[in-house]
Write a protein that binds this ligand. Sequence first.
Ligand SMILES: *[C@@H]1O[C@H](CO)[C@@H](O)[C@H](O)[C@H]1NC(C)=O
Ligand SMILES: *[C@@H]1O[C@H](CO)[C@@H](O)[C@H](O)[C@H]1NC(C)=O
Length: 200
Amino acid sequence: MKSIISLLPLLTLTLATPTPINEQDCPSCTANIARYDDLTFNEGSYNPIPPHYYGLSYINFQVDQYDGFIPPTSGNQWAMAFGGSGNITVPDSPPRTVFNLHSFSYACVSGVPQPECAISIWGWKSNGQIITREITFPRLDPGHPIEDFKMNSTTFPREWRNLKSVGFSIARKDNDGDIYGGLALDDVKYTIKNKCPCPE
Ligand SMILES: *[C@@H]1O[C@H](CO)[C@@H](O)[C@H](O)[C@H]1NC(C)=O
Ligand SMILES: *[C@@H]1O[C@H](CO)[C@@H](O)[C@H](O)[C@H]1NC(C)=O
C-alpha cells in the first residue's frame, strides 16, 4: 500500500485529465538546456555526442571545442555538424516521447570571409506534420577584430512542439551554393515530454 504522500501527485493528475493515467506511462516533463561542456573532446578524433544526451540523440553532430574563431555561447564546447547538415531526434524508446524546441544559439562556421548563410530547419511532428523555417547567419568580412564574431540566437514559436526530430542544412543565402562549412549549435533549450499534458 502506497503512502498518501506518494499518491498525491497521481491524484492531482487524475483530477486534471478525464482518463486516468498510468504513472509509469507518464513521466514528468523535463526541461533541458544542452550545453555540451560536460562531454569529452579529443582533438583530432571523432567526437560523437552520446545517444540520449539529455534525452535526445544526434545524427551528424559532434562535440567540438573553441579554436579561437567564434566562441560558444556557454563554456568552450558546442555541437557541430561539420558538413552543415544533421538531425536531433528523440530516441524510439521510451515510446510516445516528443519534445518542444524553445531556443538555441547558432553559427555557420566556414572562416573569414564567409558568405551570408541560410540555415534550413525542418521539424517532424508526432502527428506526421512537417514544418520548416529558415534563419540566417550574417556574412563575415575581413578587417574585424575577432571579438566581433559571435553566435546568434533564436527562439521558436508554439508551432515547434510535439517534435520527433529536427533537421538542419546550410547553404549560401545568395545563390544556394555550398558554404563549405559547419553548423554549430549551443545552449539548445527544449522540453522532453510524452503524450501527457505538460506546462507550457
Ligand atoms: C532526419 O530525420 C528525418 C525524419 O526522421 C529523416 O527523413 C532524415 O533523413 C534525417 N536526416 C539525417 C541526416 O539523418
Ligand atoms: C550575429 O553574428 C554576427 C557575426 O558574428 C555578429 O556580428 C552579431 O553581433 C551577432 N548578432 C547578435 C544579435 O548576437
